[in-house]
Structures are given as structure tokens and as C-alpha cells.
Design a protein. Sequence first.
Length: 545
Amino acid sequence: MEAESTLDDHSRTIIHIDLDCFYAQVEMVKNPELRTLPLGIQQKNIVVTSNYIARQYGIKKCMLITEAKKMCPNLVLVKGEDLHDYRQTSYKVTTLLQKYSNLVERLGLDENFIDVTSIVNEKIEDSTRIDIVGNVFGDISDLCDCGCSDRLKIGTNIAQEIRDQIKSELNLTTCAGVGHNKLLAKIAGSKHKPNEQTVIFPNSAVELMLSLNLVSYIPGIGTTLTEQLGSINIKTVQDLHNMDFVKLKNLLGSEKAKTVHDLSFGLDRTPVKSTGKPQSIGIEDSCKSISIEKEVREKLRQLLSRLLVLVGEDGRVPKTIKLTIRKFDRKSKVSNRETRQCNINTTLFNPKDISKLTETNENKILTAIMRLFNKLVNTNKPYHITLLGLSFTKFVERPSAKSTLTKFLIKDIEVQSITNIENVQETKTTPDDSPSTSYVENSETEPEPTPKKCKFSDFIAKKRFLRDSDDCASPSKLRVAELRLNSTEKSMDTNQNISCPPDASEEVFRELPRDVQQELWEEYKQTRDRDKVCSNQLKKPNQIV
Ligand code: DCP
Ligand code: MG
Ligand code: MG
């Protein structure tokens, strides 16, 4: 064995959380009567998962419905093709986990890694005797003395706390694995299911890997790699351990050979990468062959409205839309997927509720999508579409209306029909940067025509813009407050009238309640002071204010 493992680092504590029978649990939360019945989740003619009662009858993931029904005639089937509720629950779990660490990495819909090293290091200071919570994989009579044992023990307590919180807040049970790297944590978690947790100490890493038996069960070793390894007779983890490293290197190249070799010994240095919000939100639907453009448009309209619900829940405003199609070629009997995307004008969306488009704006977006479709499909010739998908792939944060005054003004604008918020929004919209792939088209949709704004709404729009931009390039808040405190300016003129900000229409301003006038004037001053600070900052970019 040549590629001897470099010294393993035990400094991290990582928890892997996997939801039990995920889709089935979501359905059981929605309909608790299902809890006592054998339940399968059906997608097309397959059971994609089942609850643990159904598993007692031998129901397995990806079993054909016909086969499953034979095994368990009482099996209750719930359709699980619409992933909406599963996605929503999945994000709720991730959000909850983010309270424990900012290093939370999503893996599929029902798994997350959490790097809890920093909480562990905080807790270790005041821990005298630490008990292990849950199951242990392997022998603990000869634990490593680098400190990892205590850290992992604390990790088991945190894992229990997290699982309890997921249960109490979302009514979902989970399994957890605790280890000093992602690989071991994930495998350990699968050792006791459902609703249990397992810790693995570094001394048992090799034993845990051997317990998998087949190399194909090692997370990270997929079908292609399994086949490649099979070609030199490596089928089990033990085969991999016995293999001459030079032979492995000749087969896979040195980098991949080292990774595979390391994995087989339970070595994994990959960090937990914070996932954050998804980079794209999409849905797709396979269908019986569609060959008429009108039907394509109708199908896309339905997809768009479902997609908007998802985006509405996410809260960000999309900038790019991507169309995916699958074409079936009757001659070659081959299906091909193709995608094309274009930018969309963010002002088409209602910032208060992204999911609700006006009919005009919906048609504009659909027209843009159909243009993409026409670039992918020559509709003058026969075609057969067997899948359509839509996704939004770039986002900007929705501006927040934080202050009561802004809220008041927005309301006021709506009531008075001076303008609408979409147009106010326009001020904040930055030009779309051209996406990098060659498929990308530039802005395909027309910007919403801007109704004439009165001076006052211009002022509000500017004010909102400045308030929002505070989030990204904020001058020191302390400095702004300081300026405010030092300000000797009076808002009252000699007639005891509150001064009208220069950008606002005097006429509209005088109609406002006095306290709102006062607040507006103060806001104007703050904005102006902030401008001063900003321009100072620009002059001295490196100065810490
Ligand atoms: N899933 C799927 N197709 C598959 C496997 C899974 O659509 N081939 C879906 C259904 C599962 C979810 O992904 O509920 C999570 O997959 P898991 O492998 O974690 O399985 P479960 O969470 O259902 O069960 P377990 O209790 O074994 O984790
Ligand atoms: Mg699961
Ligand atoms: Mg899973």
C-alpha cells in the first residue's frame, strides 16, 4: 500500500441529519390518519419511498407499484409527483439547522451536514463529564486522546438537541450521524434507523467503512466509478484496501485514485459548504408527446404559475428564466434534453407577492418563454416534446419596507393611485448582467411602461432606494447617528410650518398629517447626511469610519 494516509485531522465535529421516510412523513404530517397505515409514495408506476409500517411488508424504494401491491395489498398510495410540499418542508429543516451553525450544507431534499465545531469548542470549556447520547458504532475502549472523543461526545448532545427541535417544531423524526468528517457522519447515521442517532469515533473509521462491504455503498462512489473499479476486480471495500495503489493510479489517475483510496479508509477532508438559498428554483413535467405550439404554451402557463408559487415562498425576485425541453426523435428513438435561457425584467413582478402576476405581465413572460421555445424547436417541422421544464436561475433580494413611515407611504400611494410600487421598484433595479453561457439571450421582455410619476413619488422612490441600498454598501450606522445628533438644523420654518423636502411636491406634502410631515423631513435629512458620508467614503475607500 503506497498512498499511505496522511495524518488524519480530528479537529472538526460534524453532524449529518437525514429525515426518516421523508416524502411519506410529509404526507403523514398533512394527514395524520396515514400514520397507522402502510403508506407508499407513488411517482408514475413506482413507489419512491414508504413509511416504516410499509417497509415491514418488504416494500423498498423504487419498487414497481404492481410488485408493492402484491407484497402489501393494503398499501395506501399517495401521489408524490408534485414536490412542492417536500421542498417547502426541506427548506424549513435547513432554516432551523442554520440556527446552530452557519455551516449547513444541503444534500438532496432530506439531508443536511452541519459543522458544529465552534459550538462544541465553546461547550467543551465548561464540560466536566460528558455522556454520549444515542448509539455508538464500534469499540470505545481505546479512544484517541487528541480531544476528539470529548468533542464528538458533545456533538452527540447537540445532535439530540437538534433532532428534538425538528420534532417539536416540525413534527418530523430524523436520524443523525456524528463524526469528525462528513463521510463518517453520513454513514454512521444510517446504522440505526429510524429516529435514532449514532456516533463514530476515529478509531472505528476503518471498521465502519468495511461494514459497507461493497464499494458502491461508499458515498461519493457512483455507478461509473463502481464499473471502473469492477474492471480491475475491485468490488468490496476490502478489495480496495488490498489493491496495489499503483494499479489504482493507472486506472483512475493519481488524484481520483487518492480520493477513492482515502474514502475507503474513512478519510474525508471536504469542508461543510454553506448552501444558502438555492441558486435555481425550477419544476418540470414529463408529458405524453406534445406537437402543437398552442398546447406547449398552455402547459408552460401552468408550469409558470406553479413555479411562481415556489418563488413567492422563496421571497427573492428572479432575473433569469430557463426553459428545458425533451425532444423525442421518432426515427432514432432517442430523447434529447435542451435548455435555453433569457433575462427577464424584474419590474414585471409584484414585489409584495411574487407569485401574483398581472395578466399582461404573465403574457409577457410567456411570450419570452415561447421565443426560447422557438429557438429550440423548429415548429415548421413535426416535433414531439415529452418534457417541459421552467426554472428561475438568478435572483435579487426583494427590497424591504422596514420603517412604518415607508409602509405608511406605500399604503398612501396605493390609495391615492399616484403610482404603483412596481415603478418605485424600478429605481433599485440594477442592469442585468449577461449570464455567461452561450445559450443566454439578452433581455427578451419589454420593461413595464412607466406611468408619469409626480415629484413626490419620485422623492419616495429615491428614499426607498437609498434605504434599500443601505443593506449592501452601508456607511457606518454610528457615523450616521453621530451626524444626526450633531445636526442643529430645524425642521420648522418661521411660520411653524414643517419644511418640505426639496424633492417633494409641496402640495402633496401639505396634505399629510403633521407628524408624518415631521418624520418625512427627518428622513430627508438622514438621507442627505448619509449621502455626505457616502461621498466621503468614496473619496477614502480604505478608511474605516
Ligand atoms: N426519493 C426519490 N427517488 C429515489 C429515492 C428517494 O424520489 N430513488 C425521494 C423520496 C424520499 C426522499 O427522496 O422520501 C429522501 O430519500 P431517502 O433515501 O433519504 O429516503 P427516505 O427519507 O424516504 O427514507 P429513509 O428513512 O431511509 O431515509
Ligand atoms: Mg431520508
Ligand atoms: Mg436521504
